[in-house]
Design a protein around this ligand. Structure first.
Ligand SMILES: NC(=O)c1ccc[n+]([C@@H]2O[C@H](COP(=O)([O-])OP(=O)(O)OC[C@H]3O[C@@H](n4cnc5c(N)ncnc54)[C@H](O)[C@@H]3O)[C@@H](O)[C@H]2O)c1
Length: 422
């Protein structure tokens, strides 16, 4: 088939590359010219293992290219962003433009797939009405389906192939046709359903995780008050065969877990009570950590220098979207008693990329392990101690071994561990 992919980001580009490597011809369209230029040279502008190799090969073989406008095709796959507005309601403007942009190229018998994570009803009602206005009867003229992604950044290509997926059609025929298309490269099970069930399924997958992380964060805050180590509680509780407590942390970020539950809350605010509370608990974590930092440095006279390790929303990726660490840094910089210096080789956040950890720790009153990037695992705690003015660290991820850190003469503080009562 000839497939036209709209939106070549973390989801659209790997999906395009997979189809192009599975016997289809793929043309990608993106509003960002840099993405188009890079792709046509066989390059990618995002960090994702093995993606560039795959793209380069497909471009060389002539099965993948990008264009500055969509083209006629057998199937259109829309992978545009679906963020939230400041009032936490869904912003469907990208989906709207992503559907409208294909209208001039759409013919009867075409397949139209939405991959973007979307509020319930987006495929059938929102997309359906745009298609209807353009003169199509979606049920009869086209095959329309919602086919969400479950991939993990850092393992996208592997998971695109191996994960099971759900395809929600606006009718059974659409679901079957789209299922067959994805069978080109998906080795996991492909389940079919209706579009709104599939939309709700995707939202609940991330909501499940968000609610469980909120529970872990509440546990961490409780344990700090009780003088208990939350990480031990979790470790031992999870020995129970039917318990799976999640891990606490300085907040929840990314384009998915920190966003998707709001789609349910804004759709059903009266009923989605736990989901709403969990979102607010997780959104409150940067502030909680900020207060902790304030407390841990309360003995410092004058400006308190805090060295932050990691700024992305999760380890070993170059993605800062909705990162709680950015919120934490804003809180620290707004408060004039703090001076912050950030280290993160994955992204350039105010010089973070090229900064040496030990130079950054020079004269610091606190080092905060904010993101558990691999690069921070085996740091030289002796060197950190010698560089710092007050030798103390705050580990927000249970990433470091307290005994190793303390052996080097640093004071070790862990989020969720009520050991040090200051
Ligand atoms: N990144 C993930 O891990 C992940 C996982 C599952 C689901 N999703 C969902 O997939 C969707 C896409 O996410 P992403 O991470 O790929 O986003 P992204 O920001 O990386 O990519 C989106 C791309 O779409 C382009 N774009 C925006 N409007 C466009 C338009 N009208 N026409 C053409 N291109 C347009 C942007 O320039 C960008 O390159 C979102 O709904 C997201 O929630 C993402």
């Amino acid at each position: 088939m000839k497939i036209c992919v709209i939106g070549l980001g973390y989801i659209g580009l790997p999906t395009a590359a997979m189809f192009a490597s599975s016997g289809h011809t793929v043309v990608g369209f993106d509003v960002n010219k840099k993405v188009i230029e890079a792709l046509n040279q066989g390059k990618v502008i995002i960090e994702e293992p093995y993606l560039e190799e795959m793209v380069e090969k497909a471009v060389k073989q002539g099965t993948l290219r990008a264009s500055d406008k969509p083209e006629e095709a057998d199937a259109f796959i829309i992978c545009v962003p679906t963020p939230i507005l400041p009032d936490k309601s869904p912003d469907l403007s990208y989906v709207e433009s992503g559907v409208k942009v294909i209208i001039p190229y759409l013919k009867k018998g075409n397949i139209v797939i939405l991959e973007s994570t979307s509020p319930p009803g987006t495929t059938r009602d929102f997309m359906g009405s745009i298609l209807r206005e353009a003169g199509f009867n979606p049920e009869e003229d086209l095959y329309v389906a919602y086919c969400p992604e479950r991939v993990l950044p850092g393992k996208i290509l592997k998971e695109l192939r191996e994960n099971s997926r759900v395809v929600g059609g606006i009718n059974e025929k659409s679901a079957e046709v789209v299922k067959n298309l994805y069978k080109s490269f998906v080795e996991g099970e492909i389940y079919t359903s209706d579009a709104t069930t599939a939309e709700m399924c995707k939202l609940m997958e991330n909501t499940y995780r968000d609610v469980n992380i909120a529970l872990a964060n509440e546990l961490a805050m409780l344990c700090e008050k009780m003088g208990v180590n939350a990480w031990d509680v979790i470790r031992f509780a999870n020995k129970h065969p039917r318990v799976n407590l999640h891990m606490p942390g300085p907040g929840v970020g990314g384009h998915c877990i920190a966003v998707d539950p709001w789609f349910i809350v804004s759709n059903q605010p009266e009923t989605a009570k736990i989901i709403n509370l969990a979102r607010n608990t997780n959104d409150g974590m940067p502030h909680y950590v900020f207060e902790k930092i304030k407390n841990l440095t309360s003995d410092v006279d004058g400006v308190r220098k805090v060295c932050i390790l990691g700024v992305t929303y999760k380890p070993d990726v170059d993605d800062m979207r909705e990162s709680p660490i950015i919120e934490l840094i804003h809180l620290l910089t707004e408060d004039k008693i703090f001076e912050t210096v950030v280290v993160d080789s994955h992204v350039d956040y105010e010089g973070s990329k090229d900064r040496n950890l030990y130079d950054a720790a020079e004269g610091a009153h606190l080092v905060v392990l904010a993101v558990n990037h691999n690069e921070f695992k085996n740091v030289d705690f002796g060197r950190i101690k010698n560089a710092m003015k007050c030798p103390r660290v705050l580990d927000t991820r249970n990433f470091w071994d307290a005994s190793i850190v303390e052996k080097e003469g640093l004071e070790y503080h862990l989020l969720g561990w009520g050991r040090h009562k200051r």
